[in-house]
Write a protein that binds this ligand. Structure first.
Ligand code: PMP
Length: 354
């Protein structure tokens, strides 16, 4: 039986994508070759890369606005340093909203002065700091739109007069935003976009070329832009599956349509967390993520029973991250409302039993 997969990442992807992607391993485009054995310079794959780059810009509404889309390797973690390497000359601002922001700060400190404009670290990142004042003369401001571990999400983005960089690893393509407010967006594929192994970078080209340091070719955005993301061998299969997932999203009606479903899924689960006295939410209500819901049992003695019940219902990947504990239900784009309904049924069944 196919599981209801609430895993935080790598995670659920559309079933149709799994089917098409597995077929391409056996015979890609009726070529008599597997996608795993073709050259990345072959027309068949160059077409995939072009379509993937175009779909990313199209879904984000950024076509014709001076942005380039790249599919790079090294995960979002490499973007923590690549952003600073390419864009930090003197000082940059960072909003510290979780473990991943904290890690991006650590890397950026190797390249210049980092000003933590606000942090919720003291409250174990339960909320998104607001109302902070930005210092003058920042090379950029760096944000993490969705904090995968803590289940918080930025709802209102600050107005800034410097370039805005955002790690959207765990909520890319999940909700409508004015993406043209951002100068650089990056996202590891392995949540809403595809399998692990590639990282989407969407960058406004005119923010580059302003730092004086020498940048190694592989870490220089300009290298990858000039070669259409083909400077070296890309993660062929991860880019292909990401392209299929973006095609799937486009066919579903794009971000507008998926946001509506994502809101219904999150609404269903959060109302159960609020109404069921056996559960309590972790994140501040106004900052709750529509992708990752963090919660725990109010009575720890029920853990064994609850764990057995959700496993019995075919649910996978519900354990919280060790730095929060409790449970985390990740409801990425490919998760159905029915799967969230299954979890909610188990939660209310526990209330009836207890
Ligand atoms: N940023 C966020 C918001 C994440 O959730 C993650 C990983 N889950 C990362 C960065 C790190 O990504 P990677 O493992 O691709 O380096």
């Amino acid at each position: 039986m196919k599981k209801h997969n609430f895993s935080a990442g790598p995670c659920i992807l559309p079933q149709e994508v799994f089917q098409e992607a597995s077929q391409a391993i056996l015979d890609f485009n009726n070529s008599g070759l597997s996608i795993l054995e073709i050259s990345h310079r072959s027309k068949d794959f160059v077409d995939v890369m072009d379509e993937a780059r175009n779909l990313a810009l199209e879904l984000l509404g950024l076509e014709g606005l001076g942005y380039k889309a790249l599919f790079l390797q090294g995960g979002a973690s490499t973007q923590f340093l690549m952003t600073a390497y390419n864009l930090l000359q003197t000082k940059a601002g960072y909003l510290n909203t979780g473990t991943w922001s904290d890690k991006s700060i650590k890397e950026a400190k190797l390249f210049g002065d980092i000003i933590e404009v606000a942090s919720s670290k003291d409250a174990n990142y339960k909320y998104i700091p607001k109302g902070f004042v930005l210092p003058e003369g920042l090379d950029y401001l760096h944000l993490t739109s969705n904090n995968t571990i803590f289940g918080t999400q930025i709802k209102n983005f600050p107005e800034v007069d410097c370039p805005l960089i955002c790690d959207m690893s765990s909520d890319i393509f999940s909700r409508k935003l004015d993406f043209s407010k951002f100068d650089l967006i990056y996202a590891g594929a392995q949540k809403n976009m595809g399998p692990a192994g590639t990282t989407l970078v969407v960058i406004r080209e005119d923010i580059l070329g302003k730092v004086t340091r020498a940048i190694p070719s592989m870490l220089d955005y300009k290298t990858h832009i000039s070669k259409g993301s083909m400077f070296n061998t890309p993660s062929v299969y991860a880019v292909y599956v990401s392209m299929l997932t973006m095609r799937w999203l486009k066919a579903k009606g794009g971000i507008d349509a998926i946001e509506e479903i994502n809101d219904r899924k999150a609404g269903l689960l959060y109302s159960e967390i609020e109404l069921n006295p056996l559960f309590t939410g972790f994140a501040a209500k106004e900052d709750r993520s529509s992708m990752n819901a963090t919660f725990s049992l109010t009575d720890g003695d029920l853990k064994e029973t609850f764990d057995a019940m959700w496993k019995e219902a075919g649910i996978n990947g519900l354990n919280g991250h060790r730095s929060v504990g409790g449970y985390r239900a990740s409801m990425y784009n490919a998760m159905s409302l029915e799967s969230v309904g299954t979890l909610v049924d188990v939660m209310s069944e526990l209330e009836r039993k207890a």
